[in-house]
Ligand binder design. Structure first.
Ligand code: PLP
Length: 462
């Protein structure tokens, strides 16, 4: 594989100026930005991307938890081109088109249990927004109009639209937009490494964490709670894997109180955990499942919300779900999703993840010999490395230290050494890793070596 700048349309100084003067980047501080300090990524192939200077990076985050089958897959480009020529766009408002029809059936056949109705969206946040609105209207239609609130977990990210942001549990992401949509309540996540209850008993800790959901439902009043939104493995805070029995207990709690269990699988579906759906990995049955990202491997924007006949039934007697968007179920995105699912199947991507996940884990666990590494956790191809000031006491860095180490040093050191991944200090300081699902030992070693170098350097800076 050779690096090329063929696709880079601008000379570097021009790009820098335009970035500085015109491109408002997402979640990006613009204070002091010169433009020249922004990497311009111009090409991808397999597990790697290249910047405008021809430098190669290992994509340790699958772009943003999306590029399951790797970059540069000709089959997906072809599928998009074919569909664009045939029917570039038509809405699914009162109409249907072949790729949405075929994809709906394919998702319905694969989805856990009785989930067989597919509502297409454009993004993960829109899937979450849709799920909440659907839950609210569903309860109105079945004669329980006061059930409208949502329980979600501390630090969990569910999107940026006002509804999805209200469900999100990250205070720093919300404060500037208050007041948000009322009626959401937070419960603890499952960071066993930081457990203050049942710290010596993983299953008991899981029961304790699940019971906090029941406590919140009872506190709010079950007649006011519509849904609980949970990721199979919570991303923010660093890959909180559910303890054994956690989801089974949550399911019982939801059934007891007639609360819908929403599995937010925007990251965890389509192979991230070695299965098509994250709920299958942990053996639970959601009432609603939200997806996006890996559905198209990020090659085109698309999300989907999956529900059962039971939830759709009240909408088949006169009521309409007055919700949707211009591009939800876009024909080109659906064509790309179908080609992506074909590729995943043909290449045995889920089997590949299951066969290699323990090698990924043991390679990352080698980092545990570094004094700054407190915990290495995750599952599938979805891991986080939590950084600490003192490994023995689990002492945390102060906010200033965490910011200085992560943003000031580790992020830059990793990127300079050729690794794209994420150093996140929104909760505990963690390095997040979620590479394309085609990666194997070669890339695991590369990640470990670059992280070792960056974390060793960070420790020396303290
Ligand atoms: N839900 C979860 C669990 C996510 O991780 C994300 C994004 O990372 C979202 C929702 C929002 O997705 P999007 O950025 O596509 O709106």
């Amino acid at each position: 594989m050779t690096a090329t700048t063929d696709f880079h349309p601008l000379a570097a100084p021009d790009a820098s100026r335009i970035i500085r003067d015109h491109l408002w980047m997402h979640f990006t501080p613009h204070t002091g930005l010169t433009g020249a300090d922004v990497p311009v990524i111009v090409r991808g192939d397999g597990a790697y991307v290249w910047d405008s200077h021809g430098k190669r990076y290992l994509d340790g985050l699958a772009g943003l938890f999306a590029v399951q089958v790797g970059h540069g897959r000709e089959e997906l480009a072809e599928a998009a081109a074919r569909q664009t020529r045939q029917l570039a766009y038509f809405p699914i408002w009162g109409y249907a088109h072949p790729t949405a029809i075929e994809l709906a059936e394919r998702l319905a056949n694969a989805a856990p249990g009785d989930l067989n109705r597919v509502f297409f969206t454009v993004s993960g946040g829109e899937s979450v927004e849709t799920a909440w609105k659907l839950a609210r209207q569903y309860f109105k239609l079945v004669g329980k109009p006061t059930k409208h609130k949502v329980i979600s977990r501390s630090m969990a990210y569910h999107g940026t639209s006002l509804g999805a942001l209200s469900i999100t549990g990250i205070p720093g992401a919300k404060a500037d937009f208050e007041p948000l949509v009322p009626s959401t309540q937070r419960v603890p996540h499952t960071n066993f490494y930081r457990a203050t209850e049942h710290a010596d008993d993983y299953e008991a800790y899981g029961r304790w964490a699940a019971d906090r959901i029941e406590e919140a439902i009872e506190f709010e009043g079950a007649d006011t709670v519509a849904a609980v939104f949970l990721e199979p493995v919570q991303n923010t805070g660093g890959c909180f894997v559910p303890p054994p029995g956690y989801f089974q207990r949550v399911r019982e709690i939801c059934d007891r109180h007639d609360v819908l269990l929403v599995s937010d699988e925007v990251i965890c579906a389509f192979g991230r955990l070695g299965h098509d759906f994250g709920a299958k990995r942990f053996g639970y049955q959601p009432d609603i499942l939200t997806t996006a990202k890996g559905l198209t491997s990020g090659y085109a924007p698309l999300g989907a919300v999956l529900v059962s006949d039971r939830l759709m039934e009240p909408f088949q007697h006169g009521a309409t779900f007055m919700h949707g968007s211009t591009y939800g179920g876009h024909p080109v995105s659906c064509a790309v999703a179908l080609a992506n699912l074909d590729l995943i199947e043909r290449d045995g991507i889920y089997e590949h993840v299951l066969a290699n996940e323990s090698a990924f884990r043991s390679t990352l666990e080698k980092l545990s010999d570094l004094p700054i590494v407190g915990d290495v956790r995750g599952t599938g191809y979805f891991y986080a490395v939590e950084l600490v000031k003192d490994r023995d006491t689990k002492e945390r860095f102060t906010d200033e230290e965490a910011n200085r180490i992560l943003k000031g040093y580790v992020s830059k050191a990793m990127f300079e050494a050729g690794l794209h991944c994420r150093a996140d200090d929104r909760a505990e300081p963690v390095i997040q890793l979620a590479p394309p699902l085609i990666c194997d030992q070669t890339q695991f070693d590369e990640m470990e070596q670059i992280l070792r170098h960056a974390l060793t350097g960070a420790w020396a800076q303290l």
